[in-house]
Ligand binder design. Sequence first.
Ligand SMILES: Cc1cc2nc3c(=O)[nH]c(=O)nc-3n(C[C@H](O)[C@H](O)[C@H](O)COP(=O)(O)O)c2cc1C
Length: 373
Amino acid sequence: MSVLPRESQESIDRTRAVSQAPELSEAPMMAMGKSARELKVGNVTLNGRVFLAPMAGYTDTAFRRLARRYGAAMVITEMVSSRALMNAKGQDKSAELMEFTEPERPVGVQLFGGDPGIMGEAAAKVAEEIKPDVIDINFGCPVGKILKCDAGAAILKEPQRAGWIVKSMVEATGGKIPITVKTRAGYDAMDNAVFEVLEAVQEAGASALAIHARTRNQMFEGKANWEVIKNLKQKAKIPIIGNGDVKSAEDAYRLFNETGCDGIMIGRGSMGAPWIFEEINHYLETGKPMGVPSLRFKIGIALEQLKCSIEVKGPRMGLLEMRKHLTHYLKGFEGAREMRQNLLTSDDTEWVVKTLTDIYQSMPEDNSISVSV
Ligand SMILES: Cc1cc2nc3c(=O)[nH]c(=O)nc-3n(C[C@H](O)[C@H](O)[C@H](O)COP(=O)(O)O)c2cc1C
C-alpha cells in the first residue's frame, strides 16, 4: 500500500502537466543554427549548453553529481573567497567547498575577491592543486559583506578592475585553464557598466561571460530583464551565458530564442529538480516535451542525494544541509502534510532515510528514468 494518498501524486502530475512545454514543429536548436550538444569555452568543449548556476549552500557535490548525471553541461562550485584560500592552512572550509569528484567534470571552481594580485595567486593555486576544468569569477554577489571587500557585484562600480582581475588570473595560470566571469545587469540600474565589464574582461582574456539579468539592487526580486542578455550577445566576442528565471524547458527555449545567447544557466529552477537539465536538453534537441516525472522518481532522487550528503558530510550535517533541498523535493506532498513536516524537522537521520525508503518502496514502479537507491 502506498504511504502517500493518491491525490499527492495526482496534484504533482497536474502541476507538471500544466507546465509542460508545447510541442514544436521543428527541433529548436537546429532551427536556431546551433548544436544543442556542443559549446566551446576556451579550450574546453562542453557536451551541451545548459549550465547549473553556482548557488552557495545548494550546489554541493551531492547536488552537482545529480545535475551532471541529468545532463548539465557544466557545474560550478559554491563561491570560495580568494583571500581565505590564500590564508588557509591545511583542510579548511575553502578546500571543502572546492572538493569535487571525477563524474562532476566539467566542473568550474568559483572564486570571489577584489584584489587582482590575490585573485591571480588563488587562481594559480586552484589550477595547480584542485585542477578544475574552468575557474569562474563571481562578479555578481549582491551581499553586503562581499561588496565590502570590493568583490561580487561591486565590480560594476569599477568595470576596469574586472579586466585587471581577469588579466592577473590568466597570466598566473599561463592561459592553461579558461577563466570565466559571472556578473549582473548593473549595480543600481541597468546602465553601461555591464558592457564595460564585458569589454574589459574579453580584452583581458576571459573565455565566457554569464549574465544574471538583474541588477544588484534587485537582489533576486522582480523579473529578469533578458533584453540585456540579447544586447550583450550582440556586442560579445566570447560566449554569453544567459541566466535568470528559467524554470522549465519552454523558458529555456525562449531564452535562447529571444536573446541568441550561447548557453543558459539554471539556478532556482533546479532546486528539488536536478533532472530539469535532461528535460531541457530533450526539448531543445527534439521540440518535444519529456514525460512527467513521477512522485516515486522524485522521492528516489531525493533519497539518493540525502545518502550522498550523509556520506560526504556525516549523518548530522548531511541531513541538516539536505533539509532545504528536501523542502523542494517534497513540494506537492499536501495530502501527507504531517509526514512532510516530520521529514523536514526530524533530527533523526536514520528515521528520515528509513521513512523515505519506505515511501519509495511502497510506491508502484513506473517507467521513469532509473534511480539507484
Ligand atoms: C541560494 C542562492 C545562492 C547563490 N549563490 C551564488 C554563488 O555562490 N555564486 C554566484 O555567482 N551566484 C549565486 N547565486 C545566483 C545564481 O547563480 C543565479 O544567478 C540566480 O539565482 C538567478 O538565476 P535563477 O533565476 O535561475 O535562480 C545564488 C542564488 C541563490 C538563490
